[in-house]
Design a protein around this ligand. Structure first.
Ligand SMILES: NC(=O)c1ccc[n+]([C@@H]2O[C@H](COP(=O)([O-])OP(=O)(O)OC[C@H]3O[C@@H](n4cnc5c(N)ncnc54)[C@H](O)[C@@H]3O)[C@@H](O)[C@H]2O)c1
Length: 358
């Protein structure tokens, strides 16, 4: 990979490669932009087949965080860490090393939990750096806040597509019953929705089947469910050439990151008359909640909850912009984020502790 060409193509400020001999830790930190403030984004741990895959992932995810944080109205830039999973490593020692490397960035990047890491891991990171958020006793696990943001997004998207945001009497296809999907099943059925679920883990499916308004299908059959909305809460790239022609819904709104396999799939959904609520708006509740810890007075649950509910208005604004500007909702969302960075962003490199010059 030509790393500088990639950085230029995506507009990254900094990519940091870290190797710790003692623990075997290999990690990459991508700082895409600090135009609006320190770069905030989670620490993902994953088994990558090749190192290049890890680098591609961190570049893509950190760029996504710039857009998400800007669109959520946060004074934060976008960054991400990927740790190449080392199953034999001492987990606590590994995350202590993660913490030391993050500390070495002097506050330009702030981390949090993500796929493959936990609040316990972040507590270990916090022994070595203060640049970590989403800790127990503060904002904690962001999944509940994320699911509230997804729920209000579903209502906003239904309203745009059908003229009514009513959940009751409608059918929803939920892919993935993890932290977020599980909450959503409860929220949607509590409001009178019928939910068709799937997960590759049968135990997770079993756990929700006691609910009389829930039925299940095999993982690949979720794309064929006839209903109001498809709610992807598992993997990225699930909206692609193979799946889009199968969808029998009017709305796609879910928490999974990077749902479109390629940008052209946004247009493909629109051609099929399916309203796509951009993922980085829909799933912004988690980062809003985590970022609240960065307020001078510390985390305030009520304030964070109010801001998460604001995702509804943000999405309504995006749909309006999309309608009036004859662009896709995802283009309108990108436009909104880019415009904010242009208007409010600094052009330089953010430093938490600028050097004193005489
Ligand atoms: N948790 C958050 O606060 C948050 C915030 C923003 C974005 N997201 C994104 O939302 C998605 C869900 O997050 P989560 O925290 O619930 O993750 P999770 O790991 O707890 O749950 C994911 C679930 O998806 C299932 N799954 C995996 N592959 C599947 C497949 N092919 N078909 C069906 N099910 C499958 C897994 O078994 C698991 O139950 C992820 O893409 C995550 O990146 C989460």
């Amino acid at each position: 990979m030509d790393i500088f060409a990639e950085m230029e193509r995506h507009g990254h400020e900094q990519v940091v490669f870290c190797y710790d001999k003692a623990t075997g830790l290999k990690m990459v930190v991508g700082i895409h932009s600090t135009a609006l403030g320190p770069a905030l984004g989670g620490c993902r741990m994953w088994r990558y087949e090749k190192d290049d895959d890890a680098v591609q992932d961190v570049l893509r995810l950190s760029e996504g965080m710039t857009y998400k944080n800007a669109a959520m109205g946060l004074d934060l830039g976008g960054g991400k860490t990927v740790v190449i999973a080392a199953p034999d490593a001492d987990r606590a020692a590994l995350f202590e090393a993660v913490g030391r490397f993050i500390e070495s960035l002097g506050g330009r990047y702030v981390t949090a939990e993500d796929v493959g890491t936990t609040t316990e891991d972040m507590a270990v990171v916090a022994r070595q750096t203060s640049y970590v958020r989403g800790l127990k006793g503060k904002s904690g696990d962001p999944s509940a806040a994320t699911s509230v943001g997804v729920f209000v997004s579903i209502e906003a998207a239904l309203k745009e597509a059908f003229g009514s945001g009513e959940i009751s009497g409608r059918t929803f296809a939920v892919q993935g019953l993890g932290h977020v999907g599980r909450y959503l099943v409860d929220q949607l059925t509590a409001e009178g929705g019928q939910v068709v679920v799937t997960d590759i883990d049968p135990a997770k499916v079993q756990a929700v089947l006691q609910n009389p308004n829930v039925s299940a299908v095999e993982p690949d059959a979720i794309y064929d469910v006839v209903g109001a909305a498809f709610v992807p809460c598992a993997l990225g790239a699930i909206l692609n050439d193979r799946t889009i022609p199968r969808l029998r819904v009017k709305v796609v709104a879910g928490s999974a990151n990077n749902q479109l396999a390629e940008p052209r799939h946004g247009a493909m959904l629109a051609e099929r008359g399916i309203l796509y609520a951009p993922d980085f708006i829909v799933n912004g509740g988690g980062v809003i909640n985590v970022a609240d810890e960065m307020n001078p007075g510390g985390y305030n649950k009520e304030r964070a909850a109010i801001r998460v509910l604001g995702i509804r208005q943000r999405l309504e604004e995006i749909f309006r912009l999309s309608r009036e500007g004859h662009m896709l909702p995802v283009e309108a969302a990108n436009h909104l984020a880019e415009e904010r960075i242009q208007r409010e962003g600094h052009s330089g490199i953010y430093l938490a502790h600028p050097a004193k010059t005489s």
